[in-house]
Design a protein around this ligand. Structure first.
Ligand SMILES: [Zn+2]
Length: 103
């Protein structure tokens, strides 16, 4: 039996507020401005091209779905300030987001 309920309304509100505060705008595919917060996801990543790499981790993210064309974009939770776990207690999620600047 599936008891999956999805993201809570409270979490959705926090994510919408964080995205708006950072100026996240319309859909990059169709330019429509209506989108919904869908589900949390974990993007699996690895440090090398090794097919069987043991050096892998995940980036906690949230999926945003365009209501017009269905395009799914994913935003990492840490930069949005909604990831409740500090980098210090989860070093594996910190490293893929090591800050780099174009400046
Ligand atoms: Zn779209």
């Amino acid at each position: 039996m599936n008891h999956y309920k999805g993201i809570s309304a409270d979490d959705k509100h926090k994510i919408v507020a964080a995205l708006k505060a950072r100026g996240a705008g319309s859909c990059p595919r169709c330019r429509d401005s209506q989108w919904t917060v869908s589900e949390y996801s974990r993007i699996e990543v690895q440090a090398t091209m090794d097919r069987n790499s043991m050096e892998r981790t995940t980036i906690p993210a949230v999926m945003i779905v365009c209501e017009h064309c269905g395009f799914i974009s994913q935003h990492a939770l840490q930069p949005l300030g909604v990831w409740p776990h500090g980098a210090a207690d989860d070093i594996h999620t910190a490293s893929p987001l090591a800050r780099e600047s174009m400046a």
